[in-house]
Ligand binder design. Structure first.
Ligand code: ADP
Ligand code: MG
Length: 583
């Protein structure tokens, strides 16, 4: 078969439909070209959500006039016919970007090849002959894409809001920037400098994009199996976000978007994060080229691992291990923060005393403490009955506001949120029971009837089998209620059953995506645990407090409650000494 050009309409279909489906895809192609050309600085200008202007300026090696003319030539092919378009998603496209862009927008490229004295400008737009003319600029290239999709109004309709396109592009640029910390990146969106990153070290780039607190509040991830290597960093459950927007995956150094990462993160953090909270992640998967296909999608937004289940399992395992190892250490790095807040500005103890006497403004916490009348202490102090040295979480000293347990450890002060701690302990106990001999259940003398809306009722009845495994037996009652006949022994007598049932229904409604029964069970367990926990405000004896501390030490992942808040924080002696200016 001879080589021939594709018919024009086929080319346009490919271009409009596949290679550049969104403005961000244009940015991606242009930035990758700039990086391929050895750029050390890439500046992106993005206007009206990419509709009116997308421009990428680089200081790379540039193009000669001949290169320029060739750059927008579409590849000819000997294989692809109109009918074979159907199979296109398996082929991947290279060398198509500029030609595709020129088919759906006004494209101009100004470039000066390294070492050449002159710059040239190429202008192209759909249906017209490209023009080449002399121009002026320093070496490097500027590609400007104007009026995207002006010739294909149907595509224009598919663009999302300006805000959504801006956000998508900013995320993309962050991903690209994380992959190449050695290159300076700037993104100017409608005259706003949204991203401005100098060339920097990898650590500095990670701090700039995921936040300076991320390294201190995360753990290193490292795992390998069957030719796949997973490395990177993940945040502790106590350092989470309301959106999964700071989760980055790189495959063999290339930034990719893959639902696999979000899914794996959800599974790994399910026990320790509330629904709707997301960890920060920066993960690299490295493998031999034949274990992954990066060009599954022509816009290169997806990868396909040869064994996706294995990679998913590897990521989940590595994250879970990290959470188990580091999650127990509370993320409450309270010391330095508190110290910074409470550190009086005066250098010497004498000057501090003078300032105190002169009633000079004190930092918020100290001012409050000073204002408390001494006659009404809010902490109940009891004699310590255990030796602090013996236990990591120390010996209970007092309960503060009926909510926090204060304990003295070998190295300082431990503050425990009793409700959060108890919630975690209950969940772990329920899980152990479920995995062991099964959850102890307690029949109710009189079944409790709970009226519900039709949707909640249906959802609960559909999950009846799962709930029964958890010790919660329910059946239909009339047509607007259910009857609960058994509850898990751990919560019997504590929980408001009607409220519990409604909360579970709401929990089941929240998550429409299908996930395994097992994972759903854990989710429901969390809800149970939450409702049976020692509420803040319950008075505990020293023995009860110590029992709770010992229980926490013996329990995996006791460093966070089920919602990812820390269950305890410490102030080390060094922290205290700093706070009081002793050091
Ligand atoms: P591909 O990158 O797959 O080769 P493109 O259509 O994206 O296909 O680009 C075509 C060619 O144009 C590139 O191979 C490169 O030679 C040249 N080119 C594109 N952008 C630049 C740039 N910013 N600097 C230097 N050369 C470039
Ligand atoms: Mg390219």
């Amino acid at each position: 078969m001879s080589i021939r050009r594709l018919p024009e309409h086929v080319i346009n279909r490919i271009a409009a439909g596949e290679v550049i489906e969104r403005p961000a895809a244009v940015v991606r192609e242009l930035v990758e070209n700039a990086l391929d050309a050895g750029a050390r600085r890439v500046e992106i200008v993005f206007r009206h959500g990419g509709r009116t202007l997308i421009e990428v300026d680089d200081d790379g090696r540039g193009m000669t006039p001949d290169d320029l003319r060739l750059s927008i030539e579409r590849h000819a092919t000997s294989k692809l016919t109109d009918d074979e378009l159907i199979a296109i998603s398996t082929l991947g496209f290279r060398g198509e970007a500029l030609a595709s862009i020129a088919a759906v927008a006004r494209l101009s490229i100004i470039s000066r090849a390294a070492g050449s004295g002159e710059a040239w400008r190429l202008d192209a737009e759909p249906g017209k002959e490209p023009r080449l003319a002399p121009a002026a600029r320093a070496s490097g290239t500027r590609v400007s894409v104007r009026d995207l999709f002006f010739a294909t109004p149907a595509r224009l309709k598919f663009l999302r809001s300006v805000r959504a396109e801006n956000m998508g592009t900013a995320r993309l640029v962050r991903r690209l920037a994380l992959a190449r910390p050695d290159v300076a990146f700037a993104l100017i969106t409608d005259e706003r400098r949204v991203i401005d990153l100098p060339a920097q070290t990898a650590e500095a780039r990670i701090g700039a994009i995921l936040g300076r607190d991320f390294p201190a509040n995360g753990f290193a991830v490292s795992a390998a199996r069957d030719g796949y290597l997973v490395t990177g960093r993940a945040s502790l459950p106590t350092f989470s976000r309301g959106q999964p927007d700071l989760q980055f995956l790189f495959v063999n150094g290339r930034p990719v978007v893959d639902p696999l990462l979000t899914g794996a993160a959800r599974a790994a953090y399910r026990d320790v994060l509330a629904a709707g909270r997301h960890p920060l992640l920066l993960l690299h998967v490295d493998c031999a080229a034949d274990l992954v296909d990066v060009n599954v999608h022509p816009a290169k937004r997806e990868v396909r691992f040869r064994d996706p289940a294995l990679v998913r399992g590897l990521i989940i395992g590595a994250l879970k291990q990290g959470i188990a190892e580091h999650g127990g250490k509370s993320a409450g790095h309270l010391g330095p923060r508190l110290a910074a807040r409470a550190m009086p500005p005066s250098p010497s103890p004498a000057a501090r005393a003078a300032a105190f006497a002169a009633n000079s403004p004190l930092p918020a916490g100290l001012a409050e403490a000073a204002a408390q009348p001494l006659a009404a202490p809010s902490a109940r102090v009891e004699a310590a009955t255990e030796d602090a040295q013996d236990y990591p979480l120390g010996a209970a000293l007092a309960q503060l506001h009926d909510t926090y347990i204060l304990a003295q450890s070998a190295d300082g002060l431990v503050i425990v949120d009793q409700h959060a701690a108890h919630e975690r302990l209950t969940l772990e106990r329920l899980k152990r029971q479920r995995e062991g001999e099964g959850i102890a259940r307690q029949p109710l003398l009189i079944p409790q009837v709970v009226t519900l809306d039709a949707a909640s009722r249906e959802r609960l009845l559909a999950a009846a089998g799962t709930l029964s495994e958890l010790g919660l037996a329910l059946e239909p009652f009339g047509d607007d209620a259910i009857a609960v006949s058994e509850v898990p022994a751990l919560i019997a007598g504590h929980a408001d059953i009607a409220q519990l049932v409604r909360d579970i229904a709401a929990d089941l409604a929240q998550d429409e995506t299908p996930h395994s029964l097992h994972e759903r069970i854990e989710e429901v367990l969390s809800t149970f645990a939450c409702h049976h926990s020692v509420r803040a405000g319950r008075r505990l004896s020293v023995d009860e407090m110590n029992a709770l501390l010992r229980d926490m030490e013996a329990t995996e992942r006791s460093g966070q409650c089920n919602h990812g808040r820390p269950t305890w924080v410490t102030l080390s002696r060094a922290d205290l000494e700093r706070m009081f200016g002793r050091k």
